[in-house]
Design a protein. Sequence first.
Length: 188
Amino acid sequence: MACNLTRSRAEACKDSVAGIKSIYLVDYGVLGTYTLTDDEVTNCTSATDFGLFEYELKGNNSFEQTINASRENGTVFYEQVLNITFKKLTKEDNKELKLLASGRPHIFIVDHNDNVMLMGKDNGADVTTGTVSTGNALGDFNGYNLTFTAMEVSPANFCTTDATQPTFPVSEFAGLTGTITTPTLVQV
């Protein structure tokens, strides 16, 4: 039977931390063909050059996956939810927010353990809710809270990175040939 177990799991060491370091957004459908090796994205080829947009994160950001299984229906799927916070309102971010809310990008998530996972690999990720907040008192939050949701037939796949340079993105990662746009500080 295809769903027989294949391994055991020992109690893990206390050597990891929580949180997300950054995300990379790619327009839906431009990544091309994926190669999965042992359920890990090891190669990704695209016929065209594409934009890979980096968003640095700090603070209150999370990624969770919920298993939705039905014995009655014989189905299982994974709901992937990414909650992110961008501090400070800008007209440039408002413009980009409209594009994010209208599209359904693929999202590479880099956690504080330098794991890279691909959210919305097959179906993309949608902005399902969000707020744009000015705050009230001088010390209140001023910025954007967004929730991206993806529904996939498998959990977010881990992605191979070069062992000598474990930070993402590296040119050796998954054959990416996209133009990487890193964030710039907007001075007012």
